[in-house]
Design a protein around this ligand. Structure first.
Ligand code: HEM
Length: 214
């Protein structure tokens, strides 16, 4: 095994701050939306906390965005434009997660600093960071001040559309909060990927030695 530096400091700071803020948003969001079912704090407190934590999450997102905009490590997020290649690699990876992993096969993806994500992770993180999170920020911002943004809200179909999109993405993120940490335990030890998100260094299996020429 050798150590490869895959998560630079700004990404690690962003990630763990993101986790804490996310949990805060889920708890306060549940209180705001399901007032009749939960009673963790007064409604007004939940609304105020949800707004502040939401703004902190948006600010934190810019740590991630600015880092990748100005770092060549953004190659980890470059899309694979060859659809056949992407489909084959994704299928191989899914086969490994669903079958090979339980039979002790090797992970088909080899990590390097510029390609730290396997094809499934890369697609998921692209959708998450470049579509779902910005969409959640935008809908949240519109509902934060419905008077000020009334023209935009009308333009996109009304408050019901905006709040439905916000809640649907919220439900996706609640599921994500379970399956993402589970997938994070599938390294060569259950804590290997999580430790890597703390130290920056991922353990990578050494390439098998090439057979000696005769
Ligand atoms: C307890 C909760 C969490 C744990 C244990 C966890 C763990 C990890 C680990 C180990 C990685 C490294 C790469 C990988 O294995 O996929 C990672 C990456 C990532 N996580 Fe999480 N995570 C958590 C919550 C979240 C949440 C709530 C989000 C919401 C957006 C998130 C978004 C991401 C993204 C986008 C990456 C890729 C970051 C990059 O390198 O650019 N994670 N996470």
């Amino acid at each position: 095994m050798s150590k490869v530096y895959v998560h630079p400091l700004p990404v690690r700071i962003w990630h763990w701050a993101n986790v804490i803020l996310f949990i805060g948003l889920v708890v306060t969001g549940v209180q705001v939306r399901y007032l009749d079912l939960v009673d963790l704090m007064p409604f007004q407190t939940a609304v105020m906390l949800h707004n502040w934590v939401g703004f902190a999450l948006i600010a934190n997102f810019f740590v991630w965005l600015l880092f990748y905009l100005f770092s060549e490590r953004n190659q980890a997020y470059h899309p694979e434009l060859n659809i056949v290649k992407l489909a084959n690699a994704s299928f191989e990876q899914a086969k490994y997660y669903g079958w090979g992993m339980f039979r002790g096969e090797h992970n088909p993806h080899r990590i390097d600093p510029y390609h730290k994500f396997n094809p499934l992770q890369r697609t998921l993180y692209q959708i998450l960071m470049l579509f779902l999170l910005p969409m959640q920020f935008a809908t949240g911002l519109l509902m934060w001040d419905i008077k000020r943004f009334s023209a935009v809200i009308e333009m996109v179909g009304g408050l019901r559309v905006v709040s439905t999109v916000h809640v649907l993405i919220f439900i996706f993120f609640v599921f994500y909060l379970f399956f993402h940490p589970y997938l994070a335990t599938l390294g060569h030890t259950p804590t290997a990927h999580i430790r890597a998100m703390v130290t920056g260094f991922e353990d990578v299996e050494d390439e098998p030695a090439a057979p000696a020429a005769s």
